[in-house]
Design a binder for this molecule. Structure first.
Ligand code: HEC
Ligand code: HEC
Ligand code: HEC
Ligand code: HEC
Length: 173
């Protein structure tokens, strides 16, 4: 009897201790990562916008009319077109192994599909068998599960710094 009371007391004390530690650690957690960091799935590679057109013609044509395609890279003054501090926002996946590098990766210049949807190699691989055959509803759900409808962590604000109350970096016009 005494023993079980002791056990009960001990486990209550333990529960409070654990709760205390949890509260403590949630308070002492480091501040959220700065918005300039983005964490797309590490095991996928960037493939460029031309790999999407065959299946998503409508979205591709609509995107080609936006400044994300027409200006985000092209408007960089020449002396900045290889500047890492600008390419972080004016190209797609800059700094990642398969992201934008230079003219050889021009299908990633500017704000391309994968800047908002994340690197899409796994999605393209999963969807490929259905280029001519229509996927069933279950297969469609599976394919959707291989890509972000839109990347998390306020992906727009990562680049649109002014929306996060920060000024655009200064540059020579
Ligand atoms: C071989 C065909 C194919 C290719 C290539 C392809 N997709 Fe898809 N994609 C699909 C299918 C099928 C679906 C599911 C049905 C739908 O939403 O249209 C889909 C869905 C999506 C969705 C919606 C996901 C959701 O949760 O609703 C996005 C975003 C997307 N694709 C982006 C891309 C991007 C970006 C590329 C190029 C890098 C690409 N896709 C290439 C076939 C393809
Ligand atoms: C944090 C992301 C970010 C960085 C870093 C960045 N830009 Fe931008 N830049 C943007 C966005 C977003 C826009 C679109 C307009 C806006 O919201 O200010 C833009 C717009 C521009 C424009 C078009 C302005 C206009 O009047 O149409 C130029 C030119 C430009 N940036 C040059 C640069 C240069 C040069 C650098 C590097 C020194 C740079 N940017 C770094 C995000 C960035
Ligand atoms: C600036 C960010 C951005 C870019 C760039 C972008 N998308 Fe999207 N896309 C979105 C958002 C946000 C949605 C989700 C809309 C919603 O929730 O209804 C979306 C939705 C989609 C969908 C789902 C179906 C639909 O139309 O809603 C497909 C497919 C897609 N995008 C493909 C593409 C392709 C292909 C490209 C490049 C040619 C592209 N996107 C470029 C932001 C972007
Ligand atoms: C990888 C960086 C990046 C991401 C992510 C991004 N953008 Fe942009 N966006 C830009 C740049 C750079 C421009 C500037 C194009 C120019 O005017 O030179 C721009 C331009 C725009 C414009 C046109 C502004 C104008 O003055 O006409 C709109 C609207 C916009 N973005 C909305 C969005 C939305 C909404 C999202 C998220 C769904 C998003 N962007 C995600 C970089 C980005």
């Amino acid at each position: 009897m005494l023993r079980s009371k002791l056990l009960l007391a001990a486990s209550v004390a333990l529960a409070f201790a654990v709760w205390g530690v949890m509260v403590q650690s949630s308070r002492s957690q480091p501040p959220a990562a700065p918005v300039t960091e983005v964490h797309p799935p590490a095991d996928q590679s960037y493939v460029g916008y031309k790999a999407c057109m065959a299946c998503h013609l409508k979205q591709t044509m609509a995107w080609k009319k936006t400044k994300h395609f027409t200006e985000a890279f092209a408007k960089l003054p020449a002396k900045y077109q290889a500047d890492p501090s600008c390419l972080a926002c004016h190209s797609t996946g800059y700094g990642a192994a398969t992201g934008y590098k230079d003219a050889s990766t021009e299908t990633l210049a500017g704000t391309t599909c994968e800047a908002c949807h994340g690197p899409a190699s796994a999605h393209v691989a999963a969807a490929k068998p259905f280029i001519s055959a229509k996927p069933t509803p279950e297969q469609t759900e599976k394919i959707k599960g291989t890509i972000y409808k839109v990347m998390p962590n306020n992906v727009c604000i990562r680049c649109h710094a002014d929306q996060g109350h920060k000024a655009h970096p200064a540059y020579d016009k």
